[in-house]
Design a protein around this ligand. Structure first.
Ligand code: ASP
Length: 305
């Protein structure tokens, strides 16, 4: 099979002055992931590398640069799924671990699927991850947003694409045709402590099955969970496969899933996907979706917003 990767870095009305940073981060992540795939590396390794770059980039709401919760703490969610084995690894409301996507990948090979809260941090430490100072995650932009909402109160995120939504994710297919999806987030703006959205939940914020598709989603988690967005997109890819082009971009299943998000639960967001033939898709019902993809034959990633 020919390798392919697509990454995203948020879906909302991204202000013009932030376009360059979002696109540059997505470009770097897609390129690094593709290089792993081109050298014969696994889709798991490519997704981990791409999401790690996005977690370390303060532009995005994942790892460094994440939103603070109402207690002034960064709690992170991430998940990864392997389309060959249907194994899932995920962490929810984890603290002090710089790259939750790496813990999610490590969990793929464990007897468990998901750890939450202090137990997730403890599991990561036992697995060899070094905890960092909680201040590592906090950038001035997010400190200011936190202080604003302390005064103004929690934002209403329902159906609103004007609020920042910079969750990250990656989906890849390797040379053996294996599909993997991963998603990582700091959650929603000024979320209550302990709140968990779609991002660490398989079938919601991500999904991978070599028989249908691999998908990573972003947007209002409370709405995404209700329509099982990533799983819905994968099922649509399987049922529409007869109408797909031979190769390249295929947007129809992504667009159909995003229509369901908007029509059934007034949800806002976006998703990226790759089907078992290596066709790449994306869709969003927000003004922007920061993204980049690279497939065989391309000299560099195609970025979009
Ligand atoms: N989906 C994430 C959540 O609800 C937020 C986002 O994508 O911006 O936690």
């Amino acid at each position: 099979m020919t390798p392919a990767i697509i990454v995203h870095g948020g879906a909302w009305r991204i202000p013009p002055e932030e376009h360059e940073g979002h696109q540059a981060g997505c470009y770097r992540a897609a390129r690094a992931g593709y290089e792993i795939l081109a050298a014969g590396g696994s889709a798991q390794a490519a997704v981990e590398a791409a999401v790690t770059i996005l977690e370390d980039d303060p532009t995005f709401d994942a790892g460094i640069g994440s939103h603070l919760n109402q207690a002034g703490v960064v709690q992170l969610d991430a998940g990864m799924m392997d389309g060959a084995t249907l194994q899932v690894g995920a962490v929810a409301a984890i603290e002090r671990i710089q790259n939750p996507i790496q813990v999610a990948r490590r969990l793929l090979d464990s007897p468990h699927n998901m750890f939450a809260g202090p137990g997730a941090t403890e599991w990561a430490i036992r697995a060899g991850f070094t905890p960092v100072d909680p201040a590592t995650f906090i950038v001035p932009r997010e400190q200011q947003r936190y202080e604003y909402h302390l005064r103004a109160g929690p934002p209403d995120l329902t159906g609103d694409f004007n609020r920042p939504s910079d969750t990250v994710g990656a989906v890849a297919m390797d040379r053996s045709g294996n599909l993997v999806a991963g998603t990582s987030t700091g959650g929603t703006l000024f979320k209550p402590a302990g709140r968990v959205g779609d991002s660490p939940l398989p079938g919601c914020g991500y999904y991978a099955d070599n028989q249908s598709a691999a998908v990573s989603a972003t947007g209002h988690g409370e709405a995404i969970i209700r329509v099982q967005l990533a799983h819905t997109a994968a099922l649509l890819a399987a049922s529409l496969a007869g109408e797909a082009p031979a190769q390249g971009l295929w947007l129809a299943p992504a667009e159909a899933a995003i229509r369901i998000l908007g029509e059934r639960v007034n949800g806002r967001g976006g998703l990226i996907m790759i089907d078992p033939a290596g066709r790449v898709g994306f869709a969003h019902n927000t003004p922007h979706l920061a993204r980049a993809y690279m497939i065989e034959g391309m000299a560099e990633p195609v970025v979009g917003i």
